[in-house]
Structure formats: C-alpha cells, structure tokens
Design a protein around this ligand. Structure first.
Ligand SMILES: *Cc1c(COP(=O)(O)O)cnc(C)c1O
Length: 353
C-alpha cells in the first residue's frame, strides 16, 4: 500500500471491503435473474415527461423534487413535507446513516439481509449488531435487547434475500420495543400484501423508504424516497447533496408514479410468474421460501448451490448465489418474464436431474 494511502485514508475505510453489487454483465446475452430488476419496460408515460424535461437541462434541478413529492403525496396519502427524495433508495440509506450514526455508534439489523447496511456503518466507523432471523424468518425476543450504542435500526420488509415479511403488527411491536431511529426498507413492498406507512404516523422514530428500481422498472434511473415526520425530514435534508436528484429522473419518476394502471398490471404479471417459479423449483426438489417480493429464496438439501449457480451461468442464466457467514447459503432467483422463467426452469431441470 502506498504511504499516502496508509497515512491519510481513514483506518475504517482502509480496512473495509466495500459493497460488491450483483454482476451487471455489459456484454453477452444473459437471462438476468440476479439483481431483482423488473423484466418489463417502464411506463410509457415517462417518455414525454423526460422529453419535456430535456428543455430545462441548462438549469439546476429542483433541490426538493417538489413535483415528485406532490405526486407521491396523492398516491400514498401522506403530506408532501413528510417525503424526501434520493438518488435511488441507497442514497436514502446513506443519508439516514450519516444523519444518525457516528463513530463508535452501532446499527442494528436482522441477518441475513441487505448487505449494504454493513458497508454504510463501516464508512461511518460504526459497528453493526447483526441478530439472526429465526428459521421461520420471524424475529426472536432477543432482537429487541437494548444497547446504548444503537443509533439506527434497519429492517428490510419484505426482506432480501428471503422475500418474507413481518406483518405491520409485528413491526409495530418491534417499534415499541426499539426506541431508536427505525427504518422500514420497503424496496419490494409493491409485491407484498401489506406495508408499514401508517406506522410513520404512529411513531416519531419510524421511517419508511421506497424505491422505483424494482416495482416501477426504473433501476437505471436511480430514484427512491423516504417517508418520515417533517421535523426528521428537515434534518435529513441538511445531510443530502443539495441536488441529489436530477431533472430527468424527477420528471420520469413523477410520471411513473402517477401511472397506477401500469403498476397494477405489472404487479399482477409478476405475482403470477412468481407462483410458477415457486412451484417449478419445489418440483425440482428445492426448499422454496414463500415470497412476497419479486424474487424467490431457495435451498437444496442434496445439491451444491454454488455449482448450480455456475452451471446456470455457463448457460447464460444469471442468478444470485449467497453464502452468509455462520448462517448458510441459498440461491436467490428474480422473477423474470414468463419466457425467461420457463427457460430458467428448463435449464435448472437439466442441471439437477
Ligand atoms: C434494491 C434494494 C435497495 C436499493 O435500491 P435502489 O436501486 O438504490 O433504490 C434498497 N434496499 C433493498 C433491500 C434492496 O433490495
């Protein structure tokens, strides 16, 4: 390592590994079922919206994404000053972590879950308290054990990689017992039966984040938001980049969110294919966790999952192989189109037979 790096880069940065996102092959034709993108094109309504926004590119964007917040306020039924937008919900997670968590503090979250939470803690020089899910993907009593170092709780709900949910009543109980800033990360909630937005009204310390990356087919756009009390939003606003959302993405995200018919139609398709994926993998001997997201988590008691992942990749099908320290491994498969799903199941059958 160069002297410069070892002398000046903060030690916590030097020792961290950095978040490694799922593979995004830029060449070659893959059936891509590894990063939970939506397989369908986004709402057509974003085309004219982006076209119109092109005219204004000489100017800085609206620092507060007002057009989007007004639309989200109508769609979700929360006042617009309860909403803060971000460059993807990863940006929201960064803003929250920087706002609440300092050196020597700790973040609490259940494991296995979204790996980025740990990375964000490491950047702050904070530590992580990872408390395991039970076998049934619910949380044990011990999850709520207090610790004075906890400054932020992350709960992905639906969870990744499991696709499971805690009900609003279960989350309410956690919020009661954990009096710390508490983010319910609802990246996949449009594929689920319940959501926790109402808890933001009930508890001053509960916040809910959403993204347009998955359910709205806009992973490439980078747009997400958080719902929290206005006094919290004001603090978060101080931490965000002043222009964290650009004019084109604000315009596209606003149009996408207002096309509720598109969302309904896409959700219906994905839930139908998800049921076929679950049934197909079960037939092939996989233990499949019933999912409320646009992906399915599975294990196999007799086959090497890493080898299955590699054989699929050799046949140009990408899924996510996960191996969590001290917890175990599994395959996470995103729900594709019906054609992609059939091709995946056919190839999988030829591998495990
Ligand atoms: C995909 C994902 C996100 C972030 O999505 P963005 O593309 O940054 O909006 C956040 N949380 C979880 C659990 C996710 O899976």
């Amino acid at each position: 390592m160069s002297d410069f790096v070892s002398q000046f880069v903060r030690p916590n940065i030097q020792s961290m590994r950095g978040y490694v996102p799922g593979e995004q092959p830029q060449t070659g034709k893959f059936i891509k079922l590894n990063t939970n993108e939506n397989p369908y094109p986004p709402s057509e309504s974003i085309r004219p919206a982006v076209q119109a926004a092109l005219e204004g590119l000489a100017r800085y964007p609206d620092a507060h994404s007002t057009a989007f917040r007004l639309q989200a306020s109508r769609t979700l039924g929360v006042p617009e000053d309860w909403i803060l937008c971000g460059n993807g919900s990863d940006d929201i997670l960064t803003i929250l972590t920087r706002t609440f968590v300092g050196q020597e503090d700790a973040i609490l979250y259940p494991t296995p879950s979204y790996v980025l939470y740990e990375t964000l803690a490491q950047i702050q020089g904070a530590s992580v308290l990872k408390r395991p899910f039970r076998e049934d993907w619910k949380l044990a009593e011990s999850f709520c054990e207090p610790d004075p170092r906890i400054k932020l709780v992350y709960l992905a709900n639906p969870n990744s990689p499991s696709g499971t949910v805690l009900t609003p009543d279960e989350v309410r109980e956690l919020a009661r017992r954990l009096p710390y800033p508490f983010l319910v990360d609802e990246a996949y909630v449009d594929f689920a039966e319940t959501h926790c937005v109402d808890l933001v009204r009930e508890f001053p310390h509960v916040m809910v984040s959403r993204t347009l990356s998955k359910s709205y087919s806009l992973a490439g756009l980078r747009f997400g938001f958080v719902i929290a009390r206005p006094e919290v939003i004001q603090e978060l606003s101080k931490v965000k980049d002043s222009y964290n959302c650009d004019s084109l993405s604000i315009a596209a995200a606003t149009a996408a969110l207002s096309d509720t018919a598109w969302l309904e139609q896409t959700r219906t398709r994905i839930l139908k294919t998800r049921a076929e994926l679950e049934a197909g993998m079960s037939d092939l001997g996989f233990q499949v966790t019933p999912s409320q997201a646009n992906f399915v988590w599975s294990t196999h008691s007799e086959r090497s999952l890493q080898s299955i992942y590699e054989q699929l990749k050799a046949q140009r099908i990408l899924v996510r192989y996960m191996n969590y320290d001290g917890w175990g491994e599994g395959l996470r498969v995103s729900v594709g189109t019906d054609d992609q799903n059939s091709a995946f199941l056919t190839t999988l059958r030829s591998i495990v037979k």
